[in-house]
Design a protein around this ligand. Structure first.
Ligand SMILES: [Fe+2]
Length: 439
């Protein structure tokens, strides 16, 4: 079938001249390059959070710059009606120059985001990674330590067990925010924590994100891997993705380091999944900044995973960004850094509905224990990242808080209860809580 198009005579008259077309094509090319760059960046883990939380305006400028050359090219059109052609020529010339600049900047940023994490190679280290779909194996501590009393781990900092003390069915350690790769982090505290965990011999050590300062830097990941291999050679490790790990395409290196080929999860994602254990169900959420990644697929998966979970045993949620937490107003950020304004309304009602017992997170560089509406919350961003200032806002849910104290949290699972032990870097007990299993 043939189609004939009717074109009003006015349109024919207003055909673009060669100079107008040239400016428009340049502007359009710059706009498309800028769009592609922003779409790629926005598709990366944690990038949406940068656009929302950061006050610098740099990320918003990345989007807006695409509109400038094409806008100036369009503005030149009415100027052609002037007697003098100079203003139109200046506008079109500027549009072309700006198109070249915006196009080059977009290509440069795209190259930085894609090639940055891919330049250099990761150290081949022999750390023991927990495969979420395979669950948690038990580290054999020996029955004798629990039946006759003794030490649960060798070394001077080992915890003494009372004779006849029941043996926990599962022992986990958790810490977050070590921030390898930045001078301001306390490397000696970080090493002391790792050595102390190695002595404690938990069945798994969950590291809740911000392993490195800048996720796109291969060297920072290599420092982390080298230390983990040297100081924690046998403890099974399960790291989560933090907002710093995700920076500028860091997800590529996170996956290579901590979720390599051969590992799998029930969700199909390396960032959120459940780990089902006879002692508890662990739900790992992908919340690097807040709920930017908690849309569609992750939300439906969470509902299904919680429905399936064994409610006779504790359900423990692990995430990088916190829910209830004390904090402060960071002048460099656009949003409050306490009692999370996104995570609480979007996710807490779901956690309460399905009887989640405990939520452990990092992101804030404190140790804190909180309780709200029957759910316990712990913040353990104390693995060496620069301590956050004393909180200007104390959460109403807060029960215990330690500022400027590095350390970890141990959780021991017994029949009907969990025992939480907040420890300093050397492993000394700072605070203990028992959470009874709701029936
Ligand atoms: Fe952090």
């Amino acid at each position: 079938m043939r189609y004939t198009f009717f074109m009003p005579s006015k349109w024919k008259e207003s055909r673009l001249n060669a100079a107008q077309k040239r400016a428009l094509v340049w502007g359009l090319a710059a706009f498309i390059l800028c769009l592609v760059m922003n779409a790629y960046h926005y598709s990366l883990q944690g990038a949406k959070g940068l656009y929302i939380w950061n006050r610098t305006g740099m990320f918003r400028a990345f989007i807006l710059m695409g509109f400038v050359p094409i806008g100036i090219a369009l503005l030149s059109f009415p100027l052609d009606k002037l007697k003098s052609k100079t203003p139109a020529k200046i506008f079109r010339g500027s549009a072309i120059v700006l198109s070249i600049l915006v196009g080059a900047a977009s290509l440069g940023i795209l190259g930085f985001l894609f090639l940055g994490p891919r330049s250099g190679s990761l150290e081949q280290t022999r750390i023991v990674l927990v495969n979420p779909s395979k669950g948690i194996s038990r580290v054999n501590l020996g029955e004798a330590a629990f039946s006759a009393g003794g030490k649960v781990a060798s070394g001077s900092k080992a915890e003494t067990v009372q004779a006849g003390a029941p043996k926990p069915s599962l022992r986990i350690s958790i810490s977050s925010d070590p921030h390898w790769g930045v001078e301001s982090s306390d490397a000696s505290a970080r090493s002391e924590i790792l050595a102390s965990i190695s002595e404690h011999k938990p069945d798994v050590f969950f590291m809740l994100g911000d392993t490195v300062e800048t996720g796109s830097q291969v060297g920072e990941w290599n420092s982390a891997l080298t230390d983990l291999e040297a100081l924690l050679p046998k403890t099974p490790l399960r790291p989560l993705l933090g907002n710093h790990d995700a920076l500028f395409g860091g997800q590529y290196l996170f996956k290579k380091a901590f979720f390599p080929k051969g590992l799998s999860s029930d969700s199909g994602s390396p960032y959120y999944y459940s780990i089902v254990d006879p002692a508890a169900t662990f739900i790992v959420l992908d919340l690097p900044w807040g709920t930017e990644e908690f849309k569609g697929a992750q939300k439906s998966w969470l509902m299904a995973a919680l429905k399936k979970a064994n409610r006779a045993k504790p359900i423990v949620v692990l995430s990088h960004s916190y829910f209830y937490a004390s904090g402060y107003d960071d002048p460099g950020l656009d949003k409050p850094w306490y009692d999370h304004y996104q995570d609480i309304p979007a996710i807490v009602p779901i956690l309460r509905e399905y009887g989640v017992s405990l939520v452990v997170s990092g992101h804030n560089h404190y140790q804190e224990f909180l309780q709200k509406d029957g759910v316990s919350y712990a913040v353990i961003g104390a693995m060496g990242g620069i301590p956050d200032p004393a909180p200007a806002h104390l959460s109403l849910a807060s029960k215990w808080l330690a500022v400027s104290t590095f350390g970890r949290l141990d959780v021991d699972f017994y029949e009907g209860r969990m025992v939480l032990s907040f420890r300093d870097a050397a492993g000394t007990l700072l605070h203990e809580e028992t959470i009874a299993q709701q029936r």
